[in-house]
Design a binder for this molecule. Structure first.
Ligand code: ATP
Length: 518
């Protein structure tokens, strides 16, 4: 199907298709923006009849729709035109919709986007959905020459001369000034669009590979903006360049940002995550023990955690709860202070799980076993990293700790030891359905081993910005492996990091005596 306005470009496209023997449907939308617009529709109808192609048309009050929806007229015309073309193509079982945008349209679009400060100058895409634009690099002069050779006339749209429309202003007043100095300005702008479209596609592909576990701080802003754009669009929302800049900037910096998108939807970035809907805070899903009350925060609230008593406000800051949300977070409080904090995952005070007769969190408990291995390593003067493997039923089937120093062998990492131990226990090297739990984000070697063993879930404590393969240095899982485990990071991260810090402080003094690195 071809969208035919009656202008030179689309008339030439329809005629050239007939010349090569194709028989497309000609479709024309009457935008009702000019008193004589019906005459254009009649003219295109007559042309279609002469060329012996089916014809479809309809009339829409574009100005009325624009006023009702608060769109500008050009925007409304475009949206309604593509709605009409899509519906008509479906009705005629046409696979493709062709439009006759040319190099001139492309140059004007890129210039307008540049002046609006758009982040990406890819111009009009050659393909989108069913729409194809085969003439984006065809100069206007070729089209007019072709039509004259065919003895074919066309309609001139007087609004193309009305400089109140940006596009007409660029065409009539801006491009002539530019081409007087740069004769090839139109071609140059179209070339910029082509290369920007390729760059954009490459960066979009990188953005699509960002895994949920990878920290956003390491992602280049150009990729992060595209990731945000894709997420926002997937949620059916609209977004402009300044919003993308603000949201991506906050993700990278680990800051909190609130942005109101067009249409009035509020989105938040906090704790390295993008929230497209207001955050929900969990209510307790267990019977509340006697003597505990459910309430929200009060001045002076404190909670007892494994490291000691802390101010509730510090815990909420650590969990990246935005200030505006803090009065919404459900708490369970006893005479001894806060017992449970309704964030995701919930924070429990020391002894509170037992008091509420709740089973221990399996990952918390497994990390406890891995931390015990790490403590063993520390005692043996090794880099304190420990790991366990949980079998499909959640039981520990393998344990390991770092022994690189003892063996003088840099491959003696905790994960490899735990994976070997698990393979021995289970009698198979394939550990699908198993969980590898390690105190420090794995290095490429250990993650590679986990992939080879087809581990189903990798859980780690502290992030490893020097050697981590799950986003610390790079995210190996962004590539397409045959098998991709689920990843959970940050489990008991403080404890794992503290242990490493203590020992590394010690090691740093020891290194002067030649203590090996991990
Ligand atoms: N009223 C319409 N009905 C159907 N298709 C249209 C209509 N207006 C434009 N199109 C399609 O969109 C393309 C680009 O639109 P644009 O507004 O640049 O066209 P134009 O300058 O009015 O006419 P042309 O591109 O045909 O010279 C056209 O080439 C045509 O394929």
């Amino acid at each position: 199907m071809v969208g035919v306005s009656g202008g030179a470009d689309s008339v030439a496209l329809l005629r050239s298709l007939r010349l090569v023997g194709a028989r497309p449907v000609a479709a024309h939308l009457d935008h009702a923006l000019r008193a004589d617009s019906a005459a254009d529709a009649a003219w295109v109808r007559a042309l279609a009849a002469r060329l012996d192609v089916p014809f479809a048309t309809t009339r829409v009050d574009v100005a009325g729709v624009a006023a009702r929806r608060g769109w500008n007229t050009e925007d409304a015309a475009r949206r309604l035109r593509y709605d009409f073309l899509t519906r008509t193509a479906k009705a005629h079982a046409a696979q493709l919709i062709l439009t006759a945008h040319t190099r001139r349209d492309q140059a004007e679009t890129v210039l307008a986007a540049l002046l609006r400060g758009e982040a990406v100058l890819h111009g009009i895409p050659a393909e989108r959905g069913r729409v194809r634009r085969p003439w984006l690099d065809v100069p206007r002069a070729d089209i007019e020459a072709f039509l004259r050779a065919q003895g074919q006339d066309w309609r001139e749209d007087p609004t193309n001369d009305d400089p109140t429309y940006t596009r007409a202003w660029i065409r009539r007043e801006v491009m002539p000034v530019l081409t007087a100095r740069y004769p090839a300005a139109g071609e140059a702008l179209a070339r910029v669009a082509g290369m920007q479209a390729e760059d954009d596609a490459a960066l979009n592909a990188q953005a699509a590979r960002l895994s949920a576990h990878a920290p956003r701080g390491n992602v280049p802003p150009a990729v992060l903006r595209r990731w945000v754009r894709a997420e926002v669009r997937r949620a059916g929302l609209d977004v402009h360049a300044p919003h993308l800049e603000r949201l991506a900037g906050a993700l990278r910096a680990g800051e909190t940002a609130h942005v109101t998108l067009p249409g009035g939807r509020d989105v938040t970035v906090t704790g390295g995550r993008l929230h497209l809907t207001p955050q929900a805070y969990p209510e307790p899903d267990f019977p509340i023990p006697g003597g505990w009350e459910r309430r929200t925060r009060q001045r002076g609230d404190r909670i007892t955690l494994p490291g000691g008593t802390r101010k509730l406000s510090d815990v909420l800051t650590d969990r990246h709860v935005p200030r505006a949300d803090r009065d919404r977070v459900p708490l369970l409080v006893s005479g001894e202070g806060v017992q449970w904090v309704g964030v995701q995952p919930p924070v429990w005070a020391v002894g509170a799980r037992e008091a509420a007769a709740q089973p221990p969190d399996p990952l918390h408990a497994a990390m406890g076993e891995a931390l015990a291995q790490a403590h063993d390593a520390a005692r043996a003067q090794e880099v304190p990293v420990g790991a366990v493997v949980l079998g499909p039923d959640g039981q520990v089937v393998g344990r390991g700790r770092n022994t690189s120093r003892e063996h003088g062998d840099m491959t003696r990492h905790a994960e490899l030891a735990a994976l070997r131990d698990a393979a021995r226990t289970l009698g198979t090297p394939y550990l699908s359905g198993c969980t590898l739990v390690v105190t420090l984000e794995p290095c490429p070697m250990c993650l590679g081993a986990a992939l080879e063993a087809r581990v189903g879930h990798v859980v780690y404590g502290a992030a490893n910005p020097k050697a981590g393969a799950l986003g610390g240095v790079t995210d190996l899982l962004a590539a397409h492996w045959g098998h991709t485990p689920v990843v959970t990071g940050g489990v008991r991260a403080h404890e794992a990091a503290r242990l490493l810090k203590d020992v590394f402080g010690h090691l740093r003094t020891g290194r002067q005596r030649g203590t090996p690195d991990r």
